[in-house]
Design a protein around this ligand. Structure first.
Ligand code: NAP
Ligand code: ZN
Ligand code: ZN
Length: 348
């Protein structure tokens, strides 16, 4: 099916209208008319080939929420008219030890990501949510609790799961002091989740104008990370720090804030290597780790958690043609706190 989309054709050119082909729904496929798609900083990294792994043209977008229009004969999860969501994954082998553990993002035979991944159906690359519709195997679709605002729920599919998953894996809860670095799309969800899980939550920001918002979103304390005295006051005191920063920054400054055996977990993905002094880790036996999105079952768990706690993202709606300006604003940390594309603007 010919499908309207927005694509980048090179690292140097703005995103522009493009037509892609979506397959006819197969037996276990769900066809979704996309209502909203969140704008993740990873979309910008990919559009501009900042990680050196982009195949052009690329249609970004992996925070997808829409209405089911058709289902294959074998689909049990949805019927036409239902709201359905798709995150960062659209396929995996379903057989390897990672898939068996519900960690499809680490599929040992290659997870198929929602865009810029090898598409076994078309023989080309997968195309993401900056488009009118998507066709996805129901095993990689998610249900969205009915009480959540659909536009605000869309970015949960990446910003939500990427912050929820490490907070759960590292057992965050009451009695723990948890830091979140960066108040962007991921960071503001990290603050909401750490607060909802009962941790004492501290937000680190470079933007003085975000202090009041951070408190409203659930931070117990806010630290301006450029202020050395404010940073030093927290030395050796954190159980866990989640780093969502998208650009070069000093990891050693955050490692210095960890207690014995505590962890700094990176989810932000700056394109350049970030130097770490071995001595930041040796004493007192600190951990440095990373985390990548989350598996399908955990993404559903996160959505259900958001339903119970009435958590959605704080968003600014944009039309599809505003995407290039939105990327520039995202680079200036000028978004509160996630752009969401109203896909009606593409269909009109
Ligand atoms: P975003 O909305 O642009 O937020 C990034 C935040 O980082 C900014 O709001 C800013 O917060 C802070 N920041 C930006 N430049 C900085 C600098 N030079 N020094 C210090 N802080 C800086 O981006 P996002 O969508 O949340 O994504 C963040 C990163 O996570 C990106 O690299 C993205 O690719 C990556 N990501 C990873 C995964 C995963 O699975 N691991 C999933 C999704 C995204 P303040 O203004 O508060 O300082
Ligand atoms: Zn993302
Ligand atoms: Zn697998």
């Amino acid at each position: 099916m010919p499908t309207k989309a927005f694509a980048a054709h090179s690292a140097m050119t703005p995103l522009a209208p493009y037509s892609i082909d979506r397959r006819e729904p197969l037996a276990t496929d769900v066809e979704i008319d996309i209502l909203y798609c969140g704008v993740c900083h990873s979309d910008l990294h990919f559009a501009r080939n900042e990680w050196g792994m982009t195949t052009y043209p690329v249609v970004p977008g992996h925070e997808i929420l829409g209405r089911v229009t058709r289902v294959g004969a074998g689909v049990t999860k949805f019927k036409p008219g239902d709201i359905a969501a798709v995150g960062c994954l659209v396929d995996s082998c379903r057989d390897c030890p990672s898939c068996a553990r519900g960690l499809e993002q680490f599929c040992q035979n290659g997870a198929v990501f929602t865009y810029n991944g090898p598409d076994k159906h078309s023989g080309g690359m997968t195309y993401g949510g900056y488009s009118e519709r998507i066709v996805v195997d129901e095993a990689y679709t998610l249900r969205v609790p009915k009480n959540l605002d659909p536009a605000g729920a869309a970015p949960l599919l990446c910003a939500g799961i990427t912050t929820y998953s490490p907070l759960r894996k590292w057992g965050i809860g009451p009695g723990m002091k948890v830091g979140v670095v960066g108040l962007g799309g991921l960071g503001h969800m990290g603050v909401k989740f750490a607060h909802a899980l009962g941790a004492h939550t501290v937000l680190f920001t470079t933007s003085e104008g975000k202090v009041a918002d951070a408190r409203r979103l659930g931070a117990d304390e806010v630290v301006i990370s450029k202020d050395e005295a404010q940073m030093a006051a927290h030395a050796g005191s954190f159980d866990f720090i989640l780093d969502t920063v998208s650009a070069d920054h000093d990891l050693n400054a955050y490692l210095a804030l960890l207690k014995l055996d505590a962890s700094l977990v990176l989810v932000g993905a700056p394109p350049n290597p970030q130097p770490v002094s071995v001595f930041s880790l040796l004493f007192p036996r600190r951990n440095l780790s990373g985390s990548l999105i989350g598996g399908v079952a955990e993404t559903q768990e996160m959505l259900d958690f958001c339903g119970e706690h009435n958590i959605v993202c704080d968003i600014e709606r944009i039309a599809m043609h505003q995407i290039n300006d939105a990327y520039e604003r995202m680079l200036r940390s000028d978004v509160k706190y996630r752009f969401v594309i109203d896909m009606a603007s593409l269909k009109g």
